[in-house]
Design a protein around this ligand. Structure first.
Ligand SMILES: Cc1ncc(COP(=O)(O)O)c(C=O)c1O
Length: 411
């Protein structure tokens, strides 16, 4: 058997922005025996989980659970509401928005992508990758679409490749201000259960998410949360859909079952994750969001103390889930990551697409705490120095000072 145990002692520091570490409680729940997915016990579990997941999305509408990674749920959303050749409008916040556009093109859609122009003077990196969605650009584009040919607006809530969390309510307002009937599709694959997200209140038509980030599960399930407008659109949309079709899933979900075999043990894990996240003794979702905001602030204090640039250039849209760290020109960020991985047993996120080699990403989400982060920052600090980066000061000390001065949120 392949030896996957590169880490002789202790736990590996999985500080990528997902998959995130899976808590022991969830691993234990997933180890229950697999049961008959057509039996009464499963039906009860299915109904229970489908009820709980709605609370996580903050919706009263159906939430589809697919046995797939997030990419599958991207496809599920588009094939259910679009017809061949439909015009969809995406906004390029980073690599994942760009990948979603590629997927839309492969589905035969006319996928237009809006991009903030120019490059950033200090880093030379694309402005689009350092800022959030500019809702006014979407509003202007929709106003120009007087024939209402644009079927859907697709945006990424938490752009995992950059560490920018966009304002989704502002995108809804932009669509409404343009008096445009387009559906709003939002990817919160890495935002859900870590950053505040309100499917119903923000007027989102389809929310796409995945298991392996804020929900603290292994990869393998993903979601489409729906609106009544999206369900109505799916009745007349003609892109071929079979496995991804919502109608049969919604029908069978009424009794807690799925048309095909669900991944039972991940559903156990999801049930447990929802209990952990919704537990009022731990403050529920509000405390979870506050915890992530505080971790993110502590990590940013470290990056500033090192004298390095945070990729997100707009402090109104810093991600609570991850922080992108720009390495000085001439320093290959992947070389820094390699040193940190090999010497200190810590995985950091790579720079994706247009950011390759220019930055690395520190994940601070899910099953994490102050000391996990101090250790991970220690690994970064040592690795940066070993890579020859001249640091202005100690980021670890800055984060310790921040965490000491600011109490963790409680229920
Ligand atoms: C924002 C975002 N969208 C889409 C995806 C693609 O999801 P998956 O890799 O689970 O298919 C990811 C994966 O990290 C992501 O972070």
């Amino acid at each position: 058997m392949l030896n996957l145990d590169f880490h002789p002692t202790g736990r590996h520091f999985l500080q990528i922005p997902g998959p995130s570490p899976v808590p022991d409680r969830i691993l234990r729940a997933m180890s229950y025996p697999t049961i008959d997915h057509r039996g009464p016990e499963f039906g009860a579990l299915g109904l229970q989980v489908l009820g709980k997941i709605k609370q996580i999305f903050k919706t009263q509408q159906p939430v589809i659970i697919y046995p797939a990674s997030g990419t599958g749920a991207w496809e599920g959303a588009l094939v259910n509401v679009c017809s061949p050749g439909d015009h969809v409008l995406l906004y390029e916040t980073g690599h994942f928005a760009w990948l979603w556009q590629k997927l839309a093109v492969r589905l035969g859609l006319n996928a237009e992508i809006l991009t903030m122009a120019g490059t950033d003077a200090s880093s030379g990196l694309p402005n689009a990758y350092r800022h959030g969605v500019q809702a006014e650009m979407i509003e202007a584009r929709l106003k120009a679409d007087t024939a209402h040919s644009i079927k859907a607006v697709c945006v990424v809530h938490n752009e995992t490749s950059t560490g920018v969390t966009s304002n989704i309510a502002a995108v809804r307002q932009a669509i409404d201000a343009a008096k445009h009937p387009a559906l709003l599709l939002v990817d919160t694959i890495s935002g859900l259960a870590s950053a505040d997200y309100e499917h119903d209140a923000w007027g989102v038509d389809v929310t796409i998410s995945g298991s392996q980030k804020g929900l603290m599960l292994p990869p393998g399930i993903s979601f489409n949360a729906l609106s009544s407008k999206a369900m109505a659109a799916s009745k007349s949309a003609t892109l071929p859909k079979a496995y991804w079709a919502w109608d049969e899933i919604i029908e069978m979900n009424k009794t807690g079952f799925w048309p095909s075999t669900p991944n039972t043990n991940l559903i156990y894990g999801l049930d447990e994750a929802c209990d952990m996240l919704l537990n009022p003794r731990h403050g529920g979702l509000a405390t979870t969001f506050a915890r992530h905001l505080r971790w993110a602030e502590g990590v940013r204090a470290a990056v500033r103390a090192w004298g390095l640039e945070i990729l997100c250039a707009d402090d109104a849209v810093y991600s609570p889930i991850l922080t992108g760290v720009v390495t000085p020109v001439g320093v290959d960020a992947d070389q820094v990551r390699k040193i940190i991985y090999e010497r200190f047993d810590c995985s950091l996120g790579t720079g994706l697409g247009k950011l390759k080699g220019r930055m690395f990403r520190i994940g601070h989400l899910g099953d994490c705490n102050d000391l996990t982060l101090i250790a991970a920052l220690g690994g970064c600090e040592m690795g940066l120095k070993l890579a020859g980066v001249k640091l202005a000061g100690s980021g670890v000390q800055a984060a310790m000072d921040y965490f000491s001065a600011n109490l963790a949120p409680t229920a």
